[in-house]
Design a protein around this ligand. Structure first.
Ligand code: ZN
Length: 293
């Protein structure tokens, strides 16, 4: 997949913050040759180069091939993460909630909701994944902001997708417009740019931005975005020890090594380990007076 990023013909310059459109961002650090991560005044981090439409097509073609070839261990770990996420969000649901998963892939996360009697549907950009999910659920295939989807959902899921969005506000506005009053947005498996590891490791943060994963949020920046749309933060969680990736002693030792290097003025060489705060899970609720349309 790196080959796609490294091919200049697939890259275009990003002159303004992809979220608030301010041009007053500062360089935070370099992330690869000729590519920097910027920090905007709105709190968002973004890459100053991103994939063109042609580059995105090449990337997702590779990605789907790699997903298909992901080994069984990796897939089993991901299924355990789906359960961690589901066990958290289920407290917010009642019988037969209407669920929309934006970026539903082949529908495996939705399966957990469907098994408890919830009414599920999905949105998916990738054609083969959309077809796989469509064997079990109604699926809209294509670019979410432009799809014609009936409203009044109880829960809209963004699981591990926000970092790919070149125009996040279009997705947020669309999602809020499709929620009933009191409905929920569930954002999870999302890198947290305010995490300790991102601050310490910067370009060695394992979930660092690239021209594909081109935008990074924090609880604060997302709360600001959803407040503009009349939504309030009602749930916040940072899974680490619950996850199959955690090994606290190993991870603390790795962070100590990195901290020693930084204090002695040396560059950090290893990528950050799984750690407290790296990944965020947020729940926003559409308030009664919200008017997203
Ligand atoms: Zn901004």
């Amino acid at each position: 997949m790196d080959a796609v990023y490294l091919n200049p013909r697939y890259l275009e310059k990003v002159a303004r913050c992809p979220v608030c459109e301010s041009a007053e961002s500062l360089v935070a650090y370099g992330v690869m040759e000729h590519v920097s991560v910027m920090r905007c005044r709105c709190g968002v981090f973004y890459c100053d180069k991103r994939l063109t439409a042609e580059g995105l097509a090449a990337y997702w073609k590779d990605y789907l091939g790699n997903e298909h070839n992901a080994d069984e261990t990796e897939r089993a770990l991901r299924r355990r993460m789906y359960l961690v996420d589901f066990d958290y969000i289920k407290q917010f649901l009642w019988d037969k909630s209407k669920i929309l998963d934006v970026g539903c892939a082949d529908g495996l996360f939705l399966d957990l909701f469907a098994a408890r009697g919830h009414v599920c549907c999905g949105v998916e950009f990738g054609h083969s994944a959309a077809r796989a999910a469509a064997q079990r659920y109604p699926v809209w295939e294509g670019y979410f902001p432009e799809l014609n989807i009936p409203p009044d959902h109880d829960l809209i899921i963004f699981r591990g997708v926000l970092q790919y969005l070149q125009k996040p506000r279009l997705f947020f506005q669309k999602a809020v417009s499709l929620l009933r009053q009191g409905g929920l947005i569930f954002i999870t498996a999302q890198p947290n740019m305010d995490s300790y590891c991102h601050r310490l490791y910067q370009n060695k943060f394992r979930l660092r931005l690239t021209p594909c994963d081109c935008v990074g949020f924090s609880p604060k920046s997302l709360s600001g975005e959803f407040a503009l749309l009349g939504c309030r933060l009602v749930g916040e969680k940072f899974f680490y020890e619950e996850t199959p990736y955690a090994d606290p002693e190993r991870d603390i030792a790795a962070v100590c090594r990195a901290l020693r290097r930084r204090r002695s003025g040396s560059a950090i060489v290893d990528l950050s380990p799984p750690f407290w705060g790296n990944m965020m899970t947020l729940v926003f609720q559409k308030q009664p007076d919200a008017d997203a349309s």
